[in-house]
Design a protein around this ligand. Structure first.
Ligand code: SAM
Length: 293
């Protein structure tokens, strides 16, 4: 995969006609693993940046938005998540946030590339913040697609923190992956996934919507703007056979949240509820009338 580091500028290769460039203040690490090209560099605005196969995965400065929203929305909505599965997420940010919940008794993380975990521990220690040593955590090095097809375990919440649907991450956007997640959920459980920036990747939104609709009673999307995932709002897919989970009232969310006693920088119960409101252009892409019935 091409890595352009021209005049100390590194340009992301995600889109062919548009992109973002970072000034590379220092290359900290670069290597091709068995699965992907890994690069870590420092940028004045974003701090340390992790790129896989030429695509930004996480940065020190804005990771909190993504990790908090992909974790706390499903966990607080569920209210008593004891068993959690993370697919991907090698940088450790999701594991860190899951481990903050005192309802959680066990968390399994399935990451295909052990080198991402090891590098993140070295270069992004605050991402996992010790969570890899949490006694509740089991780390499996393997393909998340295969895991959900074969596991006999059942989970209350599944979080897919994958790369974009290119390379090893492509299978994590397939109908069979979502079906595997559905069979691995406890009754009333919920699956959430990172689902790209729909202004730039409209097909990702519509494909996921169509695939999840065939499998789950309730599928919807919620959003957050993460500066380094350029192009405006990013979507998180939500799929559950319990439609009530996405409609928990604000007082209940607040009560649950306060009982967890966790201090964060982005998530609040109000943001949780507001994140499910979609702008008209996304409703149009999803062919959803307003108000949704
Ligand atoms: N937050 C990021 C984003 O939205 O771009 C994702 C970051 S996280 C580092 C993505 C992880 O998914 C990577 O560590 C990658 O190795 C892992 N991954 C990709 N394909 C996978 C698969 N099939 N099974 C398990 N993990 C996978």
């Amino acid at each position: 995969m091409t890595q352009e580091t021209t005049n100390r500028l590194w340009t992301e290769t995600l889109y062919s006609s548009y992109g973002q460039s970072f000034r590379v203040d220092e290359v900290l690490f670069e290597e091709k693993s068995e699965h992907q090209h890994l690069m870590i560099f420092r940028n004045e605005q974003f701090g340390r940046v992790l790129a896989l196969d030429g695509i930004v995965q996480t940065t020190e400065r804005d990771e909190f938005i993504y990790h908090e929203m992909l974790t706390h929305v499903p966990l607080v909505a569920h209210g008593n998540a004891q068993r959690v599965l993370i697919i991907g997420g090698g940088d450790g940010g999701i594991l860190r946030e899951v481990c903050r919940h005192n309802t959680v008794k066990h968390v399994t993380q399935v990451e295909i590339d052990a080198s991402v975990i090891e590098l993140a521990k070295t270069w992004f220690p605050a991402h996992s913040n010790g969570a890899y040593d949490d006694a509740r955590a089991t780390i499996v090095i393997g393909d998340g697609f295969d895991f959900v097809q074969t596991t006999q375990e059942r989970f209350d919440v599944i979080i897919s923190d994958s790369t974009d649907p290119l390379g090893p991450g492509e299978v994590l956007f397939s109908k069979d992956f979502y079906a595997g997640c559905q069979r691995s959920l406890n009754p009333g459980g919920v699956l959430v996934t990172q689902n790209g920036v729909p202004f730039m990747q409209p097909g990702e939104l519509t494909n996921t919507a169509a695939r999840l609709s065939k499998l789950f009673v309730d599928r919807r999307f919620y959003t957050a703007a993460v500066p380094s995932y350029i192009g405006g709002l990013m979507t998180f897919a939500w799929a559950s056979n319990n439609p009530d989970l996405a409609r928990i009232d604000l007082d209940t969310l607040k009560q649950r949240w306060l009982s967890q006693n966790i201090t964060l920088r982005y998530y609040t119960p109000d943001m949780h509820q507001a994140a499910f409101a979609l702008p008209r252009y996304l409703l149009d892409m999803l062919q959803t009338e307003y108000p949704a019935i």
